[in-house]
Design a protein around this ligand. Structure first.
Ligand code: HEM
Length: 394
């Protein structure tokens, strides 16, 4: 690589990626689609086609990253396993996530949760939907799906944040480890109680499915995998609810279209997660010498798979920075690809596209952005709104 180009890569700061990764991704896609970025301590892969290719070759691009901080916090979860070991654990968790179960069992419960939360603030005329709706709704729905019967919304949100912060604690901050360890111990207690309950009384939950699977998971496997659900099944629905709501509030023609035809909420959801992928980057590790995007990667090379960039690849999506629910139907990859393709896609679609978005716009007449506070966005590993202040007519 030319020296001046490496200098440009040396100058990429994590804080710039956090604030707005998209101009950086655009440059990387054009000039260095597989780029060693020192600040990230890995090669960032930014083109759509390269990501699709690596997900089709999981034996070369392994999910089992050595020295994974996520594994340190959670134990060895299905998300960091390959091949048969991964398939076995995934199969044990699959039944509650199937479209039929979601439609007949979870959907009415998600609707009840959304209505209960909106009941609490509908009379106020103003709210921060991030704090008062999207976060608690995603937490409550996830606790239900997992079978963590006594977990409070606040517990779930604190645990989830602690798992994510621990998994990204490259600065080795002892306070972050402490919080993650405390959360992990509390999740373990909740899991033990849920497993005892599921043994006596099987139900539709993920924990019950893991206990009663044809090839049941051990208690250690359940403890680890529940943590990956807690760390990975809350912020994405929350962030997609906020980004989609914000997008509709700032695009009046789309708002008119979707209010006239509620079936279009599904397109709003899919476009929202293309536009701002809630999981912007995830890791892989190279197992043998391979060429990708013109770069030779040696075994042990650490990769950052930048979904946030692939979803804005101009060779795949026209006008990629625009939010447009009528764009030509190209598949976004916000749910990943390959063997680790998101297990919670139907749970996410149901709670966001079928429940949260239509219910908000139906129950809060004249919903609009509040003019008292700016909407803030942040993140590149996980990206979303940090607040969503709104008002409506009461
Ligand atoms: C908008 C919502 C969501 C998005 C965009 C999303 C995105 C993703 C992505 C990109 C992956 C792959 C990560 C990797 O390969 O490293 C993934 C995996 C996973 N997701 Fe989601 N997710 C969402 C919602 C959910 C929900 C609601 C749940 C649980 C109820 C969930 C559970 C999981 C699990 C268990 C995996 C690991 C699958 C495996 O390793 O086989 N996700 N998700």
């Amino acid at each position: 690589m030319p020296a001046d180009q490496q200098t440009v890569l040396d100058e990429i700061l994590l804080s710039d990626l956090y604030n707005d990764p998209y101009p950086i991704y655009r440059r990387l896609r054009a000039q260095a689609p597989v780029a060693w970025v020192p600040a990230a301590n890995r090669y960032l892969v930014t083109r759509y086609d390269d990501i699709v290719h690596l997900e089709r070759n999981p034996e070369i691009f392994s999910a089992n990253e050595h020295g994974s901080l996520m594994t340190r916090i959670m134990g060895h979860t299905l998300l960091r396993k390959d091949g048969d070991a991964h398939r076995r654990e995934r199969a044990a968790a699959e039944a509650p996530m199937r479209p039929r179960t979601v439609k007949h069992h979870w959907l009415p419960l998600f609707q009840r949760n959304a209505d209960d939360l909106i009941d609490e603030f509908a009379g106020d005329g103003t709210a921060d939907l991030f704090q008062q709706f999207a976060g608690p709704l995603a937490a409550r729905n996830l606790a239900l799906v997992l079978g963590l019967r006594d977990a409070l919304d606040t517990d779930m949100q604190r645990w989830s944040q602690a798992m994510m912060d621990g998994g990204g604690n490259y600065a080795d901050d002892p306070v972050v480890w402490q919080r993650a360890d405390t959360a992990a111990a509390e999740i373990d207690d909740a899991v033990y109680a849920a497993v005892r309950h599921a043994r006596r009384q099987p139900d539709e939950s993920v924990i019950s499915a893991m206990v009663h699977a044809p090839d049941p998971l051990t208690i250690d496997e359940i403890r680890a995998n529940v943590k990956v659900f807690v760390g990975g099944g809350l912020n994405e629905p929350r962030d997609s609810i906020c980004v989609a709501t914000w997008a509709v509030l700032t695009h009046p023609t789309i708002r008119a279209e979707v209010e006239a035809d509620p079936a279009r909420w599904r397109a709003v959801f899919e476009e929202a997660i293309r536009w701002v992928a809630p999981i912007g980057m995830y890791p892989r590790e190279v197992t043998r010498t391979v060429e990708l995007g013109g770069v030779t990667l040696e075994p042990g090379s650490r990769i950052g798979v930048c979904l946030g960039s692939a979803n804005r690849d101009e060779t795949v999506f026209e006008r990629p920075d625009e939010f447009d629910i009528n764009r030509a139907n190209k598949a976004h990859i916000a749910f990943g690809g390959g063997p680790h393709f998101c297990l919670g896609t139907w749970v996410a679609r149901a709670q966001v596209a079928q429940v949260a978005l239509p219910t908000l716009f139906r129950r809060l007449p004249g919903l609009r952005l509040s003019d008292t506070e700016e909407v803030r966005l942040g993140g590149w590993v996980f990206r979303g709104l940090l607040n969503l202040p709104v008002s409506w007519t009461v």
